[in-house]
Design a protein around this ligand. Structure first.
Ligand code: DUC
Ligand code: ZN
Ligand code: ZN
Ligand code: ZN
Length: 490
């Protein structure tokens, strides 16, 4: 037979298309897409199901040490297995530099661990927290040229945050090297000021985490990040957007043609600050930064996703256990300031968006594919090898049962976290089979992939960089001042 595998009789959905057809796969890549193909050596019948590009989760935390010294519960093996069960064929977590560390060493160690353990393909972003001359002049540019074409920076957390001048410095490098900076935009002084007063008043419960991370802290910092980026006209990605004000700032910038992009996550659509208001320290299970907000914010974010203001839907999986090793360093006495920030969600990201988004009519099937896969590949320089169903692309495909109903319970998931914030929620629409480069890695609920089969994906230029817009006169001058040179389309 001409094909190693054919996936036949399915309803094929991409970010733009929707048709009945067959997919022929040779050597792990898609060789043909047609109305009818002859059976391959293996013939998979996808009748009655959706056939979509495998999910790409471009924001998750794996084997990462937090700035407070807490290690993620998921390593590259458990995280990649959990991701695969959730319909994903690629994850892009973070190699995090802490102050005093060499960015290059951090990146190389992270990649070695991923290569040894991941069951699906992977890349990673950098986190830049120590913008020394070595980091800025040597390590960051060389890593970008080696295919790590995105990095995250923080405007909050004492041990991670960059000040405005440092943000401009890394933005200038991104402009010169053609990388996409991802920004955690929250105003550190607002959070610190509110938290100090709450603690002085003895208000220590988990729900005060949400009070201290006030919406204005995020909205202000998002506006500031966008303004700073505009000085150099550099593309940016505002990650984990949770407020209507931040979404409005992104929308306003985009309306004027600025290359500003946004991401949101399941918890901002499905949880609120009220979920933190539980007896004792139970609310720590819902503490993340930014925190879940209110129903009006949820509605605004759904509209921002559907309307194109936000291009990415990522899990922001941050696997901290509900015990002394994770969320609760001081046990029952843990104050909101000490709780490890972040929620798990790698395995349920796609089912949650399908059930709550597609099935409830908030987004289309094409938007589902764009938000969970294609846009991630585009933003982070992996398209068209990843994120689409087309000849030449890797055969990373999820066969999805749109009618399967299942209650979420952590016991059914494959991460090492020990709880899920979505326990008991009934979800319709789950992955059936996940093909990674033409191999069924999860089928009939069974993992069929070994640690280390995942491959590193060397990434090219992010689509916002490749679109080669000509920066304004002032931005060109600012770039030349900073040594970022005149603009050239590469
Ligand atoms: N930022 C993240 O991206 N994830 C978890 C916590 C945080 O601050
Ligand atoms: Zn963040
Ligand atoms: Zn006070
Ligand atoms: Zn994150």
């Amino acid at each position: 037979s001409a094909f190693d595998l054919t996936i036949r009789h399915g309803r094929i959905i991409t970010a733009t298309d929707d048709f009945q057809g067959d997919i022929g796969i040779v050597d792990g890549r898609i060789a043909a897409v047609a109305e009818r193909l002859s059976p391959g050596r293996r013939d998979y019948d996808a009748a009655g199901r959706l056939v979509m590009p495998g999910g790409i989760d471009s924001h998750c935390h794996v084997e990462q040490l937090s700035s407070m010294g807490v290690l993620c519960a998921d390593d590259w093996y458990s995280a990649s297995v959990s991701a695969a069960y959730g319909g994903n064929t690629c994850i892009v977590p973070f190699a995090a530099q802490h102050r005093g560390q060499s960015l290059r060493e951090v990146a190389e160690q992270y990649r070695a661990s991923a290569a040894a353990k991941s069951v699906i393909d992977f890349s990673y972003h950098l986190i830049v927290s120590d913008p020394t001359p070595q980091t800025l002049e040597t390590d960051l540019p060389s890593l970008i040229r080696e295919g790590i074409t995105s990095f995250k920076v923080f405007m909050t957390y004492e041990r991670l945050k960059l000040d405005d001048a440092q943000l401009l410095e890394v933005f200038a490098i991104a402009a010169r090297e053609g990388a996409l900076p991802m920004v955690h935009a929250e105003n550190n002084d607002v959070i610190t000021w509110v938290a100090r007063h709450l603690l002085r008043h003895g208000l220590t419960a988990p729900k005060y985490h949400a009070t201290s991370h006030a919406p204005v802290a995020e909205t202000e910092a998002t506006n500031r990040a966008i303004q700073l980026a505009s000085l150099l006209d550099v593309p940016v990605m505002i990650v984990h957007v949770s407020t209507q004000g931040a979404a409005q700032a992104i929308h306003a910038a985009r309306t004027l043609g600025a290359p500003v992009h946004g991401e949101t996550c399941p918890h901002y659509l499905l949880l609120t600050a009220d979920d933190l208001d539980l007896p004792g320290v139970e609310g720590a299970k819902f503490c993340c930064s930014p925190p879940p907000r209110d129903p009006a914010s949820q509605a605004a974010l759904w509209r921002a996703l559907a309307g194109g203001t936000l291009q990415l839907f990522s899990s922001d999986h941050a696997p901290y256990r509900f015990d002394e090793t994770g969320k609760l360093p001081s046990g029952e006495a843990t104050t909101f300031k000490q709780i490890a920030n972040g929620l798990p969600g790698l395995e349920v990201r796609m089912p949650l968006l399908f059930s709550e988004g597609v099935r409830k009519g908030r987004i289309t099937l094409n938007q589902f594919v764009a938000l969970t896969s294609t846009n991630h590949a585009l933003m982070y320089g992996m398209h068209p090898r990843k994120g689409t169903i087309a000849p030449g692309a890797d055969a990373d495909i999820v066969v999805w049962d749109p009618a399967r109903e299942r209650r979420i319970t952590w016991a059914d998931l494959h991460d090492a976290v020990g709880y899920t914030p979505y326990e008991g929620m009934t979800i319709t629409g789950w992955p059936d089979v996940v093909f990674s480069r033409g191999e069924a890695v999860v089928e009939a609920g069974t993992l069929q992939a070994a640690a280390g089969r995942g491959r590193f994906v060397s990434r090219g230029q992010p689509a916002p960089v490749r679109s080669a817009r000509v920066p304004g006169t002032e931005a060109r001058f600012m770039r030349s001042l900073s040594g970022a040179g005149p603009f050239t389309a590469r």
